[in-house]
Design a protein around this ligand. Structure first.
Ligand SMILES: *Cc1c(COP(=O)(O)O)cnc(C)c1O
Length: 643
């Protein structure tokens, strides 16, 4: 596109909106305003209050919190919880469904205290509960949930301590359910319940044969590690009958994976699970609740397809499919409709966090001007390259493509064998780039561009160095090639001129983003703006609220980023409800078991020794030690000069 002068000349914010895809993945939350800033409308209503993310980024920096910053927009979390409940309630009303809907938030998707606090706050009026998969998550959940009408669902492996925690919650009147995931668990649960004199609230996790396509397909199907097979389920039923505890079994649960892109998998899973539910009723269990697990996907690339970073359905369709599956299966035998629970994590929190960072530098593919005279050389490589450059024309373009790639290889060979010098190699690289650019620009004007033009275009990109760590802030980009939308936070009314990939500041060659949301192609370059001399260039990575924070790691010892939460008011004003400072250098060193005091002692010894040996003066030593102290207190990311 950078080669297409027409597109660039007629660039508007609508072009930007389409190009970056925000008109699709931004749903009702993100868009571009008239001045070309990325904006958020956190009530999920484009006519509602709107704030500029560029303004927020600048304001956060003015307050002394450096980039990168993870921005949480609280109201979006509220809007998403409301959307889920409103949609289910609408469908329930329209279909005449007899039960009701209660959501739970799976803690593992984002365990941060502030996140759970917000879920509890915004979920209160809907009795939105929590799902915990470990002891730590359960304790966190109990501490946040004082709502006795909300559900607290316990999945995962449970030891005695886990079970006691849950039984205590039941004693206090909380609706805390144990979902039996593995056969051995039931004995421990029954024993502890008997010891404590509590009737436990029980659920079973069924292993469905339905398997959803995508990243998490192994979570479902016969090969999934979690859940009970039908025969194991029968064993548990028999045990409960023997112990006269069958009345404690109320809930059936399944989870066939996250980010289920295809609605037909959702429907197939729901239908199969409803059949199991029906049979449990027939077995005499006191069934009341059907828990459909997670899986509600987020359309990260905006394509609305069954591609793994998308989904081919709306929330409406999701709710309809679940409700209709239950009605279809259970009405045949007049079985009462259960309470519906879903454990949507990703869809609840993804939209609410945006990673903001500044660009530090650009390594450009722009060549230096062509040399006026070529240096004397022992071979004719440079002459050949210049001749190729001169020759590029509509008729010879294919031949020039072949030639330039041939000479490019040849220059590498010659250099390796000592036949051209470093400066000659540099000149050759430079002329090659001129040729590639000339070919690329000419090919836009041709009806039949050369067949290699994609290959050539892919060689022409800038590297934008972003002030962030992929491993800390976007681990799924590295681990599972997840696509997150990326867009500049400003200048969106200007045509971006440079095709780019984005590198982070870890010195790991995997620390880069070179896959971008695009609903038509596999896009490996993103158009970005030229940097301006005295102006910061900010980028945002959107929809990062799910899974990224705790999965992130300390690669290269880049720590947690600064976090800012904002809450937007109806009148368009907003307040920063929380500023959390990210890790300092000493924090991350302590994570990897350094003893800061002992380090300081060693640094003192080294500097003392340097005085003794005459390398530095006593005054130098003071400055050096102050430098270490400041370094230890500092942010792990690139800091601008602090005046
Ligand atoms: C991970 C998980 C979820 C959350 O899934 P999403 O696709 O993020 O909604 C829900 N339930 C269970 C049991 C899980 O393991």
């Amino acid at each position: 596109m950078w080669r297409d002068p027409k597109k660039i000349k007629n660039w508007t914010i609508n072009t930007a909106s389409e190009y970056y895809g925000v008109n699709k993945w931004g749903v009702n939350y993100f868009s571009i305003n008239d001045t070309g800033d990325a904006v958020v409308t956190p009530m999920g209503n484009k006519n509602g209050p709107q704030i500029s993310l560029h303004e927020i980024a600048k304001e956060v920096e003015d307050r002394g919190l450096a980039m990168p910053v993870l921005l949480r927009i609280e109201n979006i979390l509220g809007s998403q919880i409301k959307l889920l409940h409103d949609t289910f309630n609408k469908v329930i009303k329209e279909t005449g469904y007899q039960g009701n809907f209660k959501g739970v938030f799976p803690v593992k998707v984002n365990q941060q205290e502030k996140v759970l606090e917000s879920v509890a706050k915004y979920g209160k009026s809907y009795n939105h509960g929590l799902e915990a998969g470990s002891k730590a998550e359960l304790i966190a959940a109990i501490s946040m949930l004082d709502n006795r009408d909300a559900y607290l669902i316990c999945n995962g492996y449970k030891d005695e301590e886990f079970i006691d925690l849950g039984l205590n919650a039941v004693k206090m009147g909380l609706k805390c359910y144990f979902v039996v995931e593995v056969p051995g668990e039931i004995d421990v649960i029954l024993q502890r319940a008997k010891d404590q004199g509590v009737r436990p609230l029980l659920g079973l996790r069924t292993k469905l044969t339905t398997q959803a396509e995508g990243q998490w397909s192994e979570s479902g199907g016969d090969n999934s590690v979690f859940g009970l097979t039908i025969s194991q389920m029968i064993d548990v039923l028999d045990k409960l009958k023997d112990e006269e505890m069958l009345d404690c079994l109320h809930l059936l649960h399944y989870h066939i994976g996250s980010q289920i892109a295809n609605i037909s998998d959702i429907r197939a899973g729901a239908m199969e699970a409803c059949r199991v539910y029906e049979e449990l009723v027939k077995e005499g269990a006191n069934m009341q609740i059907m828990d459909f697990g997670g899986g509600l996907a987020v359309d990260y690339d905006g394509s609305n397809t069954n591609f793994h970073s998308s989904r081919n359905y709306s929330i409406d369709e999701y709710c309809y499919d679940i409700v209709e599956s239950i009605i279809t299966v259970l009405d045949k035998n007049n079985i009462p409709h259960p309470t519906i629970i879903t454990e949507s994590g990703r869809a609840t929190v993804a939209y609410y966090s945006v990673l903001l960072f500044n660009v530090l530098d650009v390594s450009s593919f722009n060549p230096h001007p062509l040399p006026e005279v070529l240096p004397q050389s022992t071979n004719d490589l440079l002459e050949n390259l210049m001749a190729t450059y001169e020759m590029v024309s509509p008729k010879t373009i294919q031949e020039c493509c072949n030639d330039v790639l041939f000479y490019r290889t040849q220059s590498r060979q010659l250099f390796k064998h000592g036949q051209i010098s470093l400066r000659e190699k540099g000149l050759a690289e430079n002329i090659v780039r001129h040729i590639l650019i000339k070919i690329s620009k000419l090919s836009v004007t041709l009806k039949h561009p050369p067949r290699d033009v994609h290959y050539i275009d892919n060689l022409l990109y800038d590297t934008y160095y972003g002030n962030f760590s992929l491993f800390q802030s976007l681990p799924d980009v590295w681990a599972i090639n997840q696509v997150f939308p990326v867009m500049p936070l400003h200048r969106l009314n200007e045509a971006p001129a440079r095709p780019a990939i984005i590198s982070d500041i870890t010195c790991d060659c995997d620390g880069k983003i070179d896959h971008f949301a695009d609903f038509e192609h596999d896009r490996s370059r993103l158009m970005l703006h030229d940097l301006k001399e005295a102006e910061e260039y900010y980028l945002g990575v959107f929809l990062v609220g799910a899974y990224q924070e705790t999965l992130g790691d300390l690669h290269n010892l880049f720590g947690d980023t600064n976090v800012v939460s904002v809450n937007v008011h109806e009148d368009g004003s907003y307040e920063m409800t929380e500023e959390l400072e990210g890790d300092s250098v000493s924090d991350v060193l302590e994570y990897v078991e350094y003893d800061i005091k002992a380090m300081k002692v060693r640094l003192k010894q080294l500097t003392e020794d340097s005085i003794k040996k005459g390398f530095i003066t006593a005054k130098d030593r003071k400055g050096i030690l102050n430098g270490f102290d400041e370094g230890l207190r500092g942010y792990t990311y690139y800091e601008k000069d602090q005046v």
